[in-house]
Design a protein around this ligand. Sequence first.
Ligand SMILES: NC(=O)c1ccc[n+]([C@@H]2O[C@H](COP(=O)([O-])OP(=O)(O)OC[C@H]3O[C@@H](n4cnc5c(N)ncnc54)[C@H](O)[C@@H]3O)[C@@H](O)[C@H]2O)c1
Length: 251
Amino acid sequence: MNGQQGKTAIVTGGARGIGRAIAMALARHGFSVAVVDLLREQLAATAGELRALGIEVLPIVADTADYQAARGHVAAIMERWRRIDVLVNNAAVLQPKRILEITEAEWDLGVAVNLKGYFNWCQAVAPHMLAAGAGRIINMSSVSAHTGPSAHAASRFAYSATKAGVLGLTRGLARELAPQVCVNAICPGPILTERTAESFATHLDRLPQIIPLGRVGTPEDIAVVAAFLATAEPMFMTGEVIDVDGGANIN
Ligand SMILES: NC(=O)c1ccc[n+]([C@@H]2O[C@H](COP(=O)([O-])OP(=O)(O)OC[C@H]3O[C@@H](n4cnc5c(N)ncnc54)[C@H](O)[C@@H]3O)[C@@H](O)[C@H]2O)c1
């Protein structure tokens, strides 16, 4: 690996879970990595692990739903590193409530983080990628964008709605930002992380039986695909949606 020295990546929601695994994978490829998250302590711990891999790290405590903050942090990253090669939009919140229980505020928070947050960071990085003539944006969606929430899922319809929105954002931006910037989405299936451990707990015996590859996914299963989208050369994919679910939703 290590072929990407001198390049830089931003990973939102990178303090833990899938985002952390992606940041680690990009670091092993040689990227300098800016990690954005609300969780100050976990972010510091992850930044330490990333530095131990010998790369430059910028831990950024920020809310991705904050439009002005995204612009300010991207400006600061540009000032420091002079380039942004990869953006991974990954920060998202659960939406566990059903239609009869969810409040307006809860709906609005889901849209603000899971959809507008992705827009905020895409719009902030796009001018720099276009000016450089190259860039990769990777948006984390979910298989629940296609299927609606399955029984074992931690989130319900409102989450599926935002994740389907991410696919529209991805396809639209893939056209708008071509040919300089490639924009693709990953749809994870069931991946065991801090946030899904509880909801999967009662289904852990059954889940492998409905997944052709016979196991629940790990953050690293998603990270290898993100690293591929960030590093593959030549690159002839944009606006693509890649399901990484062990075959659970083959169609
Ligand atoms: N784990 C799964 O089974 C699964 C399945 C499908 C899709 N996904 C998607 O993968 C991504 C990562 O999921 P995960 O399981 O690692 O979740 P996670 O909750 O463990 O990690 C998400 C990270 O995002 C951060 N975050 C949340 N809101 C934020 C905000 N407003 N600003 C900045 N940071 C914020 C959290 O602090 C956390 O560190 C999400 O987009 C999720 O929707 C996960």
